[in-house]
Ligand binder design. Structure first.
Ligand code: GDP
Length: 327
């Protein structure tokens, strides 16, 4: 298929073309990478921007239930919504646990929603890069809101934050008074913390948890990209569909302020630079490991490091000076 035609179809909002385009950016083949770069350049000319919302939470916290309720509310208001996933575990578990359509049945039947599971890849860097490109394709296809879902395992959250305009952390009510082992780094990238399951027997625990997190957020250093009162914590119930409209109102308040203050544009520019550098790093590494001789040397050195015969730094030095002498 001609890339120019594919780009035009994506921009027209053709769902089959979008699916094909995402499959292309997910491919690791060198000729596909070239076509993907061409495609992304072309669709980028459409100049469309969606609101990109990153959403993270541990398994069982209610991500798919929340996304279904939130997504249906958004499409009900006339928005077109895409849901993508960055799932670093999808290769290990042998199947995607995120962005799975059976987890969001009603939303997947909605003509104004598009759900795409995480690509299966061994490497988080690869998964993240492709998801970012899929976000750009959904944007070009005219989606107003792109939700990017991930699990709470640290590094993938940082990656998702690097491709989102807003980062939401979904939590469950805590039993005791502990802060659920949420790492400080994750707290620092969260724009809004939502404590889910604020219903029935869990309601009072959810409110206590929310108050604890609101307190913890106040102790963090003030960020220049936040208006007064942000980041903030609130309770929701994805099942009862309560608090969701309120959470959306908070998201819009934050986004409108960031746009008005110029933070939106500067953040997008910084993110573009981040992904450029990431792309170069991954590309260089791929070029290196494509050479059998280098691959063997890396494996041998890795073996020696594992045995304690060489330190990691010394082994890396050996490899790097070998590469230098090849040039
Ligand atoms: P995910 O793994 O984060 O996607 O979580 P799920 O959306 O699959 O939900 C995990 C479990 O929590 C399911 O049994 C849901 O029915 C339940 N759950 C999700 N949201 C709520 C909620 O708002 N209230 C209550 N009580 N249970 C919920």
């Amino acid at each position: 298929m001609d890339i120019g035609t594919l780009a035009a179809q994506v921009i027209k909002g053709d769902r089959r073309a979008l699916a094909r385009a995402i499959t292309l950016v997910e491919s690791g083949r060198a000729d596909h990478r070239e076509q993907a770069a061409d495609l992304l350049q072309r669709v980028g000319k459409a100049g469309r921007q969606a609101l990109r919302i990153g959403l993270s939470g541990t398994p069982g916290v209610g991500k798919s239930t929340f996304i279904e309720a939130f997504g249906l509310m958004l499409t009900g208001q006339g928005n077109r919504v895409a849901v993508l996933a960055v799932d670093p575990s999808s290769t290990r578990s042998g199947g995607s646990i995120l962005g799975d359509k059976t987890r969001m049945e009603r939303l997947s039947r909605d003509p104004n929603a598009y759900i795409r599971p995480s690509p299966s890849q061994t490497h988080l860097g690869g998964v993240a890069r492709r998801s970012r490109e899929a976000v750009a394709l959904c944007e070009a296809a005219g989606f107003d809101i792109v939700l990017i879902e991930t699990v709470g395992v640290g590094q993938s959250e940082t990656m998702v934050a690097e491709m989102a305009d807003l980062f939401i952390l979904l939590l469950a009510p805590a039993g005791g008074d502990e802060l659920q082992g949420v790492k400080r780094g994750i707290m620092e990238i969260a724009d809004i913390i939502l404590v889910n399951k604020a219903d029935g027997d869990l309601k009072s625990a959810a409110m206590r948890t929310c108050a604890d997190y609101a307190g913890a957020l106040r102790l963090l250093r003030r960020r220049p990209q936040d208006p007064e009162g942000f980041p903030k914590a609130a309770t929701v119930s994805a099942i009862d569909e309560t608090g969701i409209a309120g959470a959306w109102a908070e998201m819009r308040t934050l986004v409108d302020w960031r746009r008005a203050q110029g933070h939106w544009a500067s953040r997008r520019a910084a993110q573009a630079r981040f992904w450029f550098e990431e792309e170069v790093r991954l590309g260089l590494l791929a070029q290196l490991t494509a050479q059998p001789e280098t691959r063997k040397m890396m494996a041998d050195l890795g073996e020696k490091v594992g045995q304690g015969a060489l330190t990691p730094a010394a082994a890396a030095q050996k490899l790097l000076s070998h590469l230098k002498s090849c040039r």
